[in-house]
Every structure is written in C-alpha cells, then in structure tokens.
Design a protein around this ligand. Structure first.
Ligand code: UT7
Length: 368
C-alpha cells in the first residue's frame, strides 16, 4: 500500500456579525479600552446572536471549508468538533453538525482539550488518515464562550469571543501536509482555568448557580506564566521532530490569547513577529477556534501559500498544550465542481424524514 499523507485541502471560518468593543465593556465592568489593549492587545470581539450557537457556527465554517476543498459532505468519513462550549453535554455537537451538513457516512464526536483542541483534532484526523482508516476528515473548532462568561467579572469577560473555524484534511500520496505534532497535558493545573459547574462533580443546582460555578473561572497570572513557557517548548519540539529548524518555517499561527504571550513566545524562539499571525485585536480569544480563524485570514492576506511550512501552537485549560507542523497544501486536483451547500436541502429533508420515521415506529411499537 502506498503511504498516505494528510493534507489540509479546505478551510473556512464563521464569526457572528455582532461586535463588542472595549468601550462597550467599559460600560459594563470597571475597566477601560486602554487597560485591555495594553494588557491583551484585544480591541473588540464577536458575540453570537441568540439564534446562533456552537453547532450553527461550526456547521457554517465546515461548509465553507468543504466548498474550498470541493468535497461533497457525503464523502466525509469523520467529523471532529473541538469545543469547550458544546451545544449540550450530550449529544456531541459534532453529531448535530453531521446532521446539518448531510454527512451521511461520517463518524462524529467532540474533542475537549480547550484552546489546544484544534491542534489535538488536526493530529487525530491526520493520524486516522495516515493509518489508512479514513480518507476525508472535517475538523472544526467552534465556541460560544460568551455563554459561559460572567459578564460581571472583569478578569475574564474582556478576553473571550465567539466564532468557528474548520479544516478539511484529505489523504493523498503526494508528500507534505501534517508533518509532525506534539501534544501534552498536565492535569495538576486543571483548577487554573475551568468551568466547575454543570458536570458530575458539581451538577447544576440552585446552589451551583448561586455560587457562579457555571461561569469561567481563571487564574490569569498563572495561565500567563505557563503559556509563555510551553508555547516555545512545543514549537521547538514539533520542528525538531520533523528534522527542521525555525529558519524553515514561513509562518507561525499561535493560539490568539494575548498579544503579550505571543510576543514573549516569539522572543523566546528568536523569531520575527512579522512572521507570526495575529488577529486577536478583532476577535479576542475564541479558544479552540482561534487557530483556524487566524489561518483563514492568513490565507486571505496571502501570508500562507502552498509549499509553506507553518507551525500552529496552542495552550489552554487542562492544562493542555501542543503544536503541529504542516506543509501547506491546498485543494486536491478535481474533475468537476461540487457545491456542498446545494445538498443542504436534502440534508434537512433527510433529517426530518428520519425523525418522522422514528415517531411513526414509536407509535406502532407502542400499540403492540
Ligand atoms: O486561552 C487561554 C485563556 N487564558 C489566558 O490566556 C489568560 C492569560 N493571562 C492573561 O492574559 C493576563 O493574565 C490577563 C489579561 C488576564 C491579566 O493581565 P495581567 O497583566 O496578568 O493582570 P493581573 O491579573 O496581574 O492584574 C493586574 C491588575 C489587578 O489589580 P491590582 O490587584 O494590581 O490592584 C487586577 O485587579 O489589574 C486589575 N485588573 C483589571 N483592571 C482593569 C484585572 N482585570 C482588569 C480589567 N480592567 N479588565
């Protein structure tokens, strides 16, 4: 069997239209535009409308990625949605996306590695392809963290934003694509960044709501110190394991958490900031969605081209961190254009009919 390489062949992002500026936040909590910009680099972030959710943003980003890859949703073998703000505890948000986009033969599951999740998901999808188990994988990072933020807590509410980004990963015999990855975790720091309520440890109750356990809790200073250390380590390790050096890297796309963390990492790597993608000024920290969103913008700005070596590096709750080195590709050659969006009508109808069939079966079996 010829070796299979895992190439990124499609990409897409979806962010809500609604913008929340630092000036808006200064009317809600004791903060200022000057403080937020100087401590984080963030100017504004996007906030989901009431009718938008993690699944709807994920499906939109996924469809856009399929459009770029020119891949029919029915060809997908696997959908991984990385998120810390899932639609529900279960079912998995990935299953809702599978139904929405009409990916009839795909497995679908969520991955929770917080802001590092997209790097984990890329590696998982790429390994499944390299093992020849699957050919076409859709990985999505999607968050509506605005639903988990305490809008009275100035330590956290200034940081986060909503959005989604997606990659299509496909098998090819052409060398390139995902070259290496390093994934790490340290659960001893789990309490530094968490949403403690609503799970089995602190089930939702009047008391858990009263104590605010359903909100994001964070020790910002500790997370900051951890982040600056591991971003450098993980980048170096993934480059070394591909037998390359920083000189071979055309672009670094870091998790968009804080301008100061990103600059500290670039200094630690002795790498110029003009080769580091930053767009957190307009989107804030969208957690696991930040890397794919920044990637889409890097491509639009012509900063990432086929053949380039790009490192994506992230850290987050868990604690988790990781990096992946990718030789950038682009859509695989194709004979005819497909339109993933055109099958949406069939997907909705199929979903409706499946629900109807279950209802009828339920009535019939109930009578027996
Ligand atoms: O995806 C991972 C998500 N998490 C992160 O990336 C968090 C990483 N950490 C950070 O980005 C930074 O630690 C923060 C931006 C959260 C905070 O910046 P900092 O420079 O570490 O500030 P600090 O926590 O040391 O607080 C300095 C002061 C404190 O006042 P005192 O105690 O010195 O009087 C805070 O109470 O700034 C105060 N402060 C604020 N002031 C105005 C904290 N938040 C605010 C605010 N506006 N929003």
């Amino acid at each position: 069997m010829s070796p299979s390489y895992a190439h990124i062949t499609g990409w897409g992002m979806a962010v809500p239209d609604k913008i929340l500026t630092n000036h808006d936040l200064a009317k809600m909590v004791d903060t200022s535009d000057e403080w937020i910009v100087s401590r984080t680099g963030i100017h504004e972030r996007r906030i989901a409308r009431a009718d938008q959710s993690t699944a709807s943003l994920a499906a939109e980003a996924g469809l856009r990625a399929l459009q770029v890859a020119n891949l029919h949703p029915g060809e997908l073998d696997m959908i991984i949605v990385s998120t810390s703000s899932p639609e529900y505890i279960f079912p998995a948000t990935a299953c809702l996306v599978q139904d929405r986009i009409g990916a009839g033969k795909a497995s679908a599951f969520d991955l929770l590695a917080a802001c590092t999740g997209f790097v984990y998901a890329i590696n998982l999808g790429a390994q499944a392809i390299k093992s020849s188990a699957v050919k076409n994988v859709l990985v999505i990072g999607s968050e509506t963290l605005s639903r988990l933020v305490n809008w009275k807590d100035r330590n956290t509410c200034i940081l986060f934003g909503d959005g989604a980004g997606a990659f299509v990963i496909q098998a090819s015999e052409e060398p390139g694509g995902v070259l290496s990855a390093v994934l790490r975790s340290d659960g001893s720091g789990g309490d530094l960044l968490s949403v403690p309520g609503g799970g089995s440890r602190h089930p939702a109750s009047m008391q858990s709501l009263y104590d605010g356990l359903h909100y994001i809790q964070m020790n910002g200073r500790e997370v900051f110190r951890f982040a600056t250390r591991v971003m450098v380590e993980a980048t170096q390790q993934t480059i070394e394991s591909a037998n390359l050096t920083m000189d071979d890297i055309q672009l670094v796309i870091p998790h968009q958490a804080n301008q100061r963390i990103i600059e500290a990492a670039a200094r630690g790597l002795d790498y110029p900031m003009d080769k580091v993608m930053v767009n957190l000024d307009r989107f804030g920290n969208t957690s696991t969605a930040s890397i794919p969103i920044a990637t889409v913008e890097a491509i639009e700005q012509n900063r990432l081209k086929p053949g380039d070596n790009v490192v994506m590096v992230a850290f987050g709750s868990g604690l988790t961190w990781g990096a992946t080195l990718i030789q950038w590709s682009g859509p695989l050659p194709y004979r005819r254009k497909v339109s993933p969006r055109k099958v949406q009508w069939f997907a909705r109808t199929r979903s409706l009919l499946a629900r109807l069939r279950r209802r009828i079966e339920g009535i019939l079996w109930g009578r027996e």
